[in-house]
Design a protein around this ligand. Structure first.
Ligand code: ARG
Length: 275
């Protein structure tokens, strides 16, 4: 328990630092009035946006006990739409279908803890980053053999298929630093495999690791240093500058007026699952 408490404090502190680090170095603006176009933000005319998310990724997106999609990303897109006058319609989509779906035009937006990468930039457009994360090694609470990524050479590691975590694990395996990589359709399943002792560790974004620790109190811990530094962004269809610029303008406002900080506190410090 003590360890988990410490780990939580460490992750929260890291998130706070990142937030402080990416906030523009300007004096805080006065809080904008409630009107959606306050502060000269664009007006999207009340249109509905089809928003794709893989809701198996606490605390960014997950189902509550009544099967509503909740989480940091959900609050964020709702707040964005409140300010630029759009209506987000959340669609839960399997991870591997998200970017192709945006490319095809099945969805207008994807928000799903998605790392901005060069490869993905070729298929879709990203907003400015809204958080910086790093990948970590997640293990069972009682794990005594694994202290970090250097201890995985004879271990089985789980990831979600097609994520940057999959990319890193695959690379580490090619370098002989991981024995076997098991790829699951969701991180829920990867973490279930860890808890069932089918695998020895999960490689996952720091904040989602924290999310699963919160969902399974006393059962999981993270070990070692962060393995990467990545930025998460919101995805729009390639060339949709109107949406991307509107979202970027709101993201700047949310950083400046403290709303993003409030969302970080809500989901990374205060949130506890109800089921
Ligand atoms: N940040 C990682 C990536 O973009 C993992 C994201 C997984 N998100 C999810 N909703 N399952 O590849």
């Amino acid at each position: 328990m003590r360890w988990q408490g410490l780990a939580r404090v460490a992750v929260v502190a890291a998130v706070a630092l990142v937030v402080a680090g990416c906030a523009p170095r300007r004096a805080a603006q006065p809080t904008p009035a409630a009107s959606p176009q306050a502060g000269g933000l664009p007006d999207l005319g009340g249109r509905t946006l089809r928003v794709a998310t893989d809701a198996t990724y606490p605390p960014f997106e997950m189902l509550d006990k009544d099967k509503n999609v909740i989480g940091f990303d959900v609050d964020l897109i709702q707040e964005i739409c409140r300010r630029v006058n759009c209506k987000p319609e959340i669609r839960t989509v399997a991870w591997e279908g998200i970017l192709p779906g945006v490319q095809r035009g099945d969805y207008d937006v994807a928000i799903s803890g998605i790392t901005i990468t060069e490869e993905r930039e070729k298929q879709v457009d990203f907003t400015d980053p809204y958080i910086t994360v790093g990948q970590v090694v997640l293990v069972r609470q009682e794990e005594a053999r694994i202290h970090g990524a250097a201890d995985l050479a004879d271990k089985v590691v789980a990831v979600q298929l097609g994520t940057t975590n999959d990319e890193l694990a695959t690379k580490l395996q090619q370098e002989g630093k991981i024995r076997e990589v098991k790829r699951y359709r969701t991180f829920d399943l990867a973490v279930a495999a860890l808890l069932n002792r089918d695998v020895d560790a999960v490689i996952i974004d720091s904040v989602a690791g924290l999310g699963f620790m919160t969902q399974h109190p006393g059962k999981l811990k993270t070990v070692g240093d962060k393995l990467t530094q990545e930025q998460l962004g919101i995805v729009v269809r390639e060339g949709n500058a109107e949406l991307r610029e509107a979202f970027n303008a709101v993201l700047r406002a949310l950083k400046e007026d403290g709303t993003l900080d409030r969302l970080y506190r809500k989901w990374f410090e205060e949130w506890r699952p109800t089921q």
